[in-house]
Design a protein around this ligand. Structure first.
Ligand SMILES: Cc1cc2nc3c(=O)[nH]c(=O)nc-3n(C[C@H](O)[C@H](O)[C@H](O)COP(=O)(O)OP(=O)(O)OC[C@H]3O[C@@H](n4cnc5c(N)ncnc54)[C@H](O)[C@@H]3O)c2cc1C
Length: 438
């Protein structure tokens, strides 16, 4: 039977037909979910839907992101720009977005599946993917008005346009609320001034969600989120100061962005004026959850390298995999992957299944997105991925240290996840504070 997730079948009609069929399959009572984190009428995917999706992403990466593409992306430090439209045609850029807007409306477990399998093929292509599909598309989906969604989402979901999110600044990283960028009201909108640092997809993006101070003396109560159309109405005064040269995630283009009197019309304010910190913090929780699938994919990639290598290389007349010390390392790698995977997907399932309307009442439950769980998922996955990549290098011996093998790239890529989307220290602070609360 043809898979509904094969790229060829990813026309909107086919996707909708596939999802409707699955809804009917649930039987007399179909659980519909009223969480504000999902499109209306959202139905969480069944296990087999997720497996089918995983197979489809694997098929995509085998065809579009073989190791030669991943290695070239790393060496050239250039994102393969044709990848956006390929990801769009495959349906992967709007996994959490409304079907009416071209998305798949499949939720966060599905988004994690796509992120994991893309990361398994190329950490940097996947990081750019997440900055687009989660940080930009999903933020618009969650906070945009109907008009904003219909104007901005379709070209982002098709891959015609590239998206990014800009909150960090040189002097405001972990303490992001201390950002200095300002937005002053003017006729018809706002003028943005300042700079943003380390912005994934910044050099390529045409739609950027930007946070700025609209009331600089009001700390967290004076931040507003804006949709900045840097290829259109907000082009004047916007510039990419430089593309940054990085240790890892090379080819995921990261930039420093400059805003000099950049005009943003009133209709492009995302959410309420001075209430941007809510948009930012809620976005960060789901960002951490979906990004935690990145290190999962990198751990899979480490196992993909270490398992065949240790089975085929012989020393002392035996395959390496027959030595117990080697088996111990393989066991550690496997358990690190499995435990981090279990945590990520259980939290993603909680989010997908939150807000369920009970069969006997129309009352809806409160969405279950716990900041400390999302922080925990990426904390565990990120640190495990670095350790697993180090184990992979060790098991490959001298070859593990050679740039012709991907092991070193996996280590360099994995390390980013202990820094980006809030550092490991900040994640521990988020978890510790929640646990210490009465
Ligand atoms: C490749 C890459 C891509 C990125 N993409 C984006 C993006 O798309 N959009 C965006 O807005 N940002 C992005 N960032 C920025 C990223 O979110 C920040 O780098 C991160 O939040 C850390 O901020 P910082 O670099 O200023 O470090 P700092 O805040 O200066 O921290 C330095 C060290 O001090 C520690 N530290 C800080 N405060 C405390 C504390 N209270 N207690 C204990 N330790 C503390 C930190 O944990 C860290 O170890 C990206 C960064 C990178 C490297």
């Amino acid at each position: 039977m043809a898979s509904i997730f094969t790229p060829a079948a990813f026309s909107r009609g086919a996707r909708c037909a596939g999802r409707s069929a699955k809804r009917l399959r649930v039987g007399a009572y179909t659980a519909r979910y009223a969480s504000s984190k999902h499109p209306s009428g959202f139905v969480p995917p069944a296990k087999e839907d997720l497996e089918e999706l995983r197979g489809s992403v694997q098929e995509f990466t085998r065809r579009e992101i073989p190791e030669s593409v991943a290695a070239h992306t790393d060496q050239s430090n250039e994102f393969p720009s044709s990848m956006w439209e390929k990801l769009g045609s495959a349906g992967f850029l709007g996994i959490t977005a409304d079907e009416e807007l071209g998305g798949l409306g499949m939720g966060y477990q599905a988004h994690c599946v796509v992120m994991e399998e893309l990361s398994r093929a190329s950490g940097s292509i996947a990081l750019s993917y997440a900055a687009h599909s989660q940080l930009c598309v999903n933020q618009l989906m969650l906070n945009g008005s109907d008009s904003q969604k219909s104007r901005f989402l379709p070209p982002l979901i098709s891959g015609e346009k590239v998206g990014a999110l800009a909150m960090s600044e040189h002097s405001a990283g972990s303490d992001v609320v201390s950002m200095k960028m300002t937005a002053k009201e003017t006729e018809g909108g706002w003028l943005l001034n300042g700079s943003k640092m380390w912005i994934t997809n910044g050099p390529d993006a045409s739609t950027i969600i930007v946070y700025a101070k609209t009331k600089p003396d009001a700390a967290s109560k004076g931040i507003t989120a804006f949709i900045v159309d840097v290829a259109g109405v907000s082009k004047k005064g916007f510039g990419v100061a430089r593309k940054l040269d990085k240790l890892g995630m090379r080819g995921s283009n990261t930039g420093e962005l400059i805003f000099e009197d950049v005009f943003v019309p009133h209709e492009n304010v995302l959410g309420d004026v001075n209430r941007g910190v809510r948009v930012l913090m809620e976005g960060l929780d789901l960002e951490r959850l979906v990004l935690s699938a990145g290190p999962l994919g990198l751990m899979q990639a480490s196992l993909d390298l270490a398992l065949p290598y240790t089975k085929t290389r012989t020393q002392f007349s035996q395959p390496l995999s027959q030595f117990q010390l080697v088996q111990g390392k393989l066991a550690d790698m496997y358990v690190a992957y499995r435990s981090a995977s279990a945590l990520t997907y259980s939290i993603a399932r909680d989010v997908d299944e939150s807000g369920a309307a009970s069969s006997s009442s129309s009352e809806t439950l409160i969405p279950t997105v716990k900041s400390h769980d999302c922080a925990g998922a990426i904390l565990l996955a990120a640190e495990s991925a670095t350790t697993t990549a180090l184990n992979c290098i060790q098991l490959l011996g001298g070859m593990g240290y050679m740039n012709e093998i991907a092991a070193g790239r996996l280590l360099r890529d994995a390390k980013l996840y202990e820094i980006g989307a809030g550092t490991s220290e900040v994640r521990r602070i988020v978890i510790g504070r929640a646990l210490a609360k009465d």
